[in-house]
Design a binder for this molecule. Structure first.
Ligand SMILES: [Zn+2]
Length: 64
């Protein structure tokens, strides 16, 4: 799937806060994701990210 810095993605499991939208805020060996709803960030390695990624929504500009 095609994603880049600033992309909004949907993961297979929702965040406990109830939303399932994440923004990619850093890319490298690890991917840093920020929860769109509560602002919490998590880091996961790229392999795990690819496994848990469900869908790429769009670029940041379409967010809100
Ligand atoms: Zn959240």
């Amino acid at each position: 799937m095609n994603y880049k810095l600033g992309s909004i993605v949907i993961m297979k499991k929702p965040h406990p806060c109830g939303t399932n939208l994440w923004e990619i805020t850093r890319m490298g060996v690890d991917i840093k994701l920020k929860c769109i709803n509560c602002g919490r960030t998590i880091m996961i390695d790229k392999l795990e990210f690819d496994r848990k990624l469900k869908k790429v929504v769009e670029d940041e500009k379409e967010k809100l």
